[in-house]
Design a protein around this ligand. Structure first.
Ligand code: NAD
Length: 248
């Protein structure tokens, strides 16, 4: 692999949607810095792949985020795409959501996107690179149980527009993918049986998505094929957002 090969930095990259994005980048000839705070899983997954750099970092920690960029540039020499995918989910009604839980969701899902983006800007400016933030359909439409999660994801959608407005002059594109439900560890921890059934009813395609179906959209938005797309949020959700059917 040459030093010309593009480099993607994928947070939360060793599991679920982030791992699927990592695999597609590799198939398309990119190199990938795989960032995660789950160090055991990070090294287990990266040991089995070529052209990846495992980076141990918590995206809500400013020092760790600076180190993540330094490690990536020291190894690969460039950053062409940042995928802000690391996230946590908490489903609880507002009156049962503690301030600590609220802060944890905001720290990872919102502060993490801000910190990683800010830290990556100097490198992305050199390559006229791209950023893709991972929000959720829960950031597009409100429903019960998602006071912290949905609010954090709605903020990510707006942060995408803010950064698109500021970074365009440096040639950096910023977009967002809002996935519908996918059977990952994160989703299965919070999707009770009645929520799963409601998603099947509410989604016109009548199914959950696959991680790879979300990842295809992420890699497309990072690629030159999306060279005039910026500030957008693409729902990859089987038609959920278009219909307005409610959820519990
Ligand atoms: P996942 O739990 O399978 O993977 C998330 C990864 O992020 C894990 O490897 C985890 O260790 C890592 N991570 C979490 N917090 C971190 C932190 N502070 N620093 C570094 N790494 C951290 O989850 P997933 O379903 O693949 O979720 C990926 C993204 O997609 C999340 O932002 C999630 O909110 C979003 N999303 C998921 C669904 C779904 O149904 N699975 C739907 C909509 C949006």
């Amino acid at each position: 692999m040459t030093q010309d090969a593009k480099v993607a930095l994928v947070t939360g990259g060793c599991r679920g949607i982030g791992l699927a994005a990592t695999e597609i980048f590799l198939e398309q000839g990119w190199r990938v810095a795989v960032v995660d705070r789950d160090t055991d899983e990070l090294h287990r997954v990266c040991d089995a792949m070529d052209n990846v750099l495992p980076v141990e970092a918590d995206v809500s920690n400013p020092q760790a985020v600076d180190g993540m960029i330094r490690e990536t540039v020291a190894r690969f020499g460039r950053v062409d795409a940042l995928v802000n995918n690391a996230g946590v989910a908490l489903f609880s009604r507002a009156n049962r959501t503690s301030f600590e839980d609220w802060r944890e969701v905001m720290a990872v899902n919102l502060d993490g996107v801000f910190l990683c983006t800010q830290a990556a800007i100097p490198e992305l400016a050199k390559t006229r690179g791209a950023i893709v933030n991972i929000a959720s359909i829960s950031g597009l439409r409100a429903s019960t149980l998602r006071v912290a999660y949905g609010t954090s994801k709605a903020a990510v959608i707006h942060l995408t527009k803010q950064f698109a407005a500021e970074l365009g002059e440096q040639g950096i594109r910023v977009n967002c993918v809002a996935p519908g439900p996918v059977r990952t560890k994160l989703a299965m921890a919070v999707h009770a049986p009645e929520i799963i059934a409601a998603y099947y009813d509410a989604i016109p395609l009548n199914r959950y998505g696959e991680a790879r179906e979300i990842a295809e959209a992420i890699v497309f938005l990072c690629s030159d094929k999306a060279s005039f797309i910026s500030g957008q949020t693409l729902a990859v959700d089987g038609g959920f957002e278009a219909t307005g059917v409610g959820l519990p």
